[in-house]
Design a protein around this ligand. Structure first.
Ligand SMILES: [Zn+2]
Length: 121
């Protein structure tokens, strides 16, 4: 099952080698799509790291992932078929000026139930 999703392939590789060091076999999904079209990585949900079901709990501990937050899920229908909306102009300005980001709460669209929710900072 999908353990975590990374926007950068190198982060996913790091996670996989960390897991391998702990005797957990992990696999990378969607890497090619993301490498070729990194601009569209959000469209495929980023680079996914997958582990066997029985290794899931241990893998979460190894990577120190907060439970239930390793995967972006729709709070309405629990689907992980979600897409982060592009950053708004206002958020971009905040980032550029290194301001705190109260205005950068990104919205996430659920592709299954068509609702949206705010991405937790
Ligand atoms: Zn949904």
């Amino acid at each position: 099952m999908i353990l975590a999703t990374y926007t950068k392939p190198e982060d996913a590789h790091l996670a996989v080698s960390l897991l391998a060091g702990n005797g957990i076999a992990a696999y990378i999904r969607d890497e090619n799509v993301t490498s070729l079209h990194w601009l569209y990585s959000n469209a495929v949900g980023g680079v996914k790291v997958e582990v066997a079901d029985e290794d899931f709990e241990l893998a979460m501990e190894v990577l120190n992932l907060p439970k239930d937050e390793g995967i972006l899920k729709c709070p309405h229908c629990q689907s992980d078929n979600v897409r982060i909306r592009e950053m708004s102009l206002l958020s971009g300005i905040c980032l550029a000026l290194y301001l705190p980001l109260p205005c950068a709460s990104q919205k996430v669209d659920c592709l299954d139930c068509q609702q949206w929710f705010a991405l937790k900072p």
